[in-house]
Design a protein around this ligand. Structure first.
Ligand SMILES: *C1O[C@H](CO)[C@@H](O)[C@H](O)[C@H]1NC(C)=O
Ligand SMILES: *[C@@H]1O[C@H](CO)[C@@H](O)[C@H](O)[C@H]1NC(C)=O
Ligand SMILES: *[C@@H]1O[C@H](CO)[C@@H](O)[C@H](O)[C@H]1NC(C)=O
Length: 568
């Protein structure tokens, strides 16, 4: 009785609780719809001037390029949350409601699954797009960038697998949709490429780039399902679109020149063949449609002019998005040179901030003559380090000069300013350890090659978009930079020979670079020290010093007057 009374007196509380329950049920019902909206849209406009390094310069050159190609650039990253398609629609996608209803059921499982896959799972990147849209170039540049950033990456090129099946490329005929044998071969080679990519990722590598065409919706769905549910890998599609006729033509010319398919054909035959091949592909091509496909993708238009991201989440993917948004596919020439011979070079001392020797000054003049003669047709800009010897080397070149801190020479810490002989005398153990693993060895209070690679990242990204830049740098720094552009193995980097008084000219072709070494006729010492045979910590002094290049003990005053003597 008492209880009943209490209930009666507290009836309004119960009523309130009931009301709350109903209210939260309503919220819950609608909440699923609304949750997407607030977090969903993230619009990133990045790329322009975002990097700290030489940003003024980059913006200036960008603007020039923009005018040239009538380009506008924006990066729009839509919807990190792959929840409701009604909210997140890429422009141009179909909005027909009826179509959405049945698609939603179809798409839902895949999106939920993809959300659950760990950030640390390996990533498969699949390229989508017609031939000559710059897919291979993008694939290899991205791979180079990722490898440098510590993600072991490899490109799996479908056309290479196809070539293995057909000793000789017959003609465009095999790309026809109704060619049974041809499509069987293509399917087979794509399958093998994917299998190899899977093996690569299962071996503990982090990224595989699948460079095929994957042009139909069905193919993409298959690949995506296979990756997400069977393998537990992350997957990102990158679609390359190219509307710019000028760019397209350049890509086509590049394919004709460098593709293995057209080695044995005459120019006319090749052009005709490629045109027909494109037509076959165009008939089958279904561009990625955000309304119909539940895949995460990035669309790259005109080699990085416009980059649109859709349902892209994850650390690696964001990094890739950033890289793509800063990418340019323009042909480029870059020059590298070490500073002229410095007083420390003559004495065999490392590091420091010495001035140029007399011969180093001669080199500075010769270098200026070289680029000033070029300047009337092809003006250059100059990047130096913040140290005296590079600034002095570039002093006479008529161009804008930009000192960049990240280009400073490897900091030798406690060994700054020592000769190798002094290092052996004072720190024999350190000296031996360095010889054992020069790439990873870090001087006490100083740096290692790996450290310079890290600090060079933004410079390298910036440099990839530049044309006619002269980088006046230092031995270790240039080894890393050249290693990046020439795809050198990491362990080879510290032993690359970058001699003094030599211009290294890199010219891009496709995604590769051609190297020319231009030695200017000014004498200098050799600073190249090979790895000695004995790297044991208790080797003798003589063994430690066998490969040290000869040098002076005091600075000769007449060094540049008698070159023969300087040869030693
Ligand atoms: C695209 O990927 C799928 C999935 O493995 C594959 O079966 C298909 O052959 C590929 N298509 C092309 C043209 O590369
Ligand atoms: C140092 O030298 C001794 C022989 O004198 C040798 O047995 C030992 O293995 C050496 N230590 C190292 C680390 O190489
Ligand atoms: C290096 O030198 C040490 C000491 O002289 C010697 O014991 C060792 O065998 C040498 N190692 C090689 C690989 O020559």
């Amino acid at each position: 009785m008492m209880a009943l009374l209490r209930i009666q007196s507290d009836w309004y509380i119960y009523f309130w609780l009931l009301y709350c329950k109903i209210y939260s049920a309503i919220i819950w019902l609608f909440g699923n719809h609304c949750r997407g909206t607030d977090k969903a849209r993230a619009v990133i406009t990045s790329g322009i001037g975002g990097q700290s390094l030489g940003s003024l310069h980059r913006v200036r050159t960008r603007r020039k390029k923009t005018q040239q190609y009538h380009r506008t650039k924006h990066v729009v990253a839509l919807a990190r949350r792959p929840s409701y398609k009604r909210i997140v629609m890429a422009p141009g996608s179909s909005t027909a409601h009826a179509m959405m209803e049945d698609k939603e059921k179809l798409l839902a499982p895949a999106t939920i699954r993809s959300r659950r896959i760990s950030q640390f799972a390996p990533l498969l990147i699949a390229l989508v797009g017609l031939p000559a849209r710059g897919k291979s170039q993008l694939a290899h540049r991205l791979a180079r960038h990722l490898n440098w950033n510590g993600e072991s990456t490899k490109v799996f090129d479908c056309s290479e697998y196809r070539r293995r099946h057909m000793a000789l490329y017959g003609s465009h005929d095999i790309f026809r949709a109704d060619n049974q044998q041809g499509s069987a071969i293509r399917r087979q080679s794509a399958h093998e490429a994917v299998q190899d990519a899977v093996i690569w990722l299962k071996d503990g590598n982090s990224v595989a780039i699948f460079d095929g065409t994957n042009i139909t919706r069905e193919q993409r769905r298959e690949l995506s399902d296979y990756c997400l549910s069977d393998m537990g890998f992350r997957i990102l599609f990158i679609e390359c679109v190219c509307e710019d006729q000028e760019l397209l033509e350049r890509n086509i010319i590049e394919i004709l020149h460098y593709s293995a398919d057209y080695k044995d054909m005459s120019e006319e035959e090749a052009v005709d063949d490629l045109r027909k091949k494109l037509e076959h592909y165009m008939r089958q091509y279904e561009p990625i449609d955000a309304g119909l496909e539940s895949i995460g993708f990035v669309r790259v238009e005109n080699m990085g002019e416009t980059v649109t991201a859709h349902k892209v989440a994850g650390q690696k993917e964001s990094g890739i998005l950033g890289y793509l948004s800063g990418m340019r596919g323009l042909p480029q020439t870059i020059y590298f040179t070490r500073h002229g011979e410095s007083e420390y070079n003559v004495l065999g001392r490392i590091g420091g901030d010495a001035a140029l020797s007399a011969r180093g000054q001669l080199y500075a003049r010769a270098l200026a003559d070289y680029f000033n003669a070029m300047a009337t047709i092809d003006p250059v800009s100059v990047w130096t380090s913040e140290l005296r010897r590079t600034k002095q080397t570039a002093a006479d070149i008529h161009a804008v000069k930009r000192p960049v801190r990240a280009l400073n020479e490897l900091d030798a810490g406690i060994c700054e300013g020592l000769t190798y002989e002094e290092m052996q005398e004072r720190f024999p153990q350190e000296f031996a350890w360095r010889d054992q693993d020069k790439l990873r060895y870090r001087y006490p209070w100083g740096e290692s090659y790996i450290d310079i690679m890290t600090r060079l990242r933004p410079v390298l990204s910036a440099l990839e978009d530049e044309h006619n830049v002269v980088v006046v740098g230092h031995q270790a720094v240039l080894r890393c930079m050249l290693g990046y552009f020439l795809d050198a193995k990491l362990d080879e980097l510290p032993y690359m020979n970058v001699p003094l008084h030599t211009i290294v000219k890199l010219t891009s072709y496709g995604y590769k670079y051609k190297v020319e070494m231009i030695k200017l006729p000014v004498e200098c010492v050799d600073t190249y020290r090979q790895q000695p045979k004995n790297c044991s910590i208790n080797r003798s002094t003589a063994e430690a010093l066998t490969t040290v290049p000869s040098h002076y003990d005091t600075l000769p005053s007449n060094l540049w007057q008698s070159p023969t003597e300087a040869q030693l």
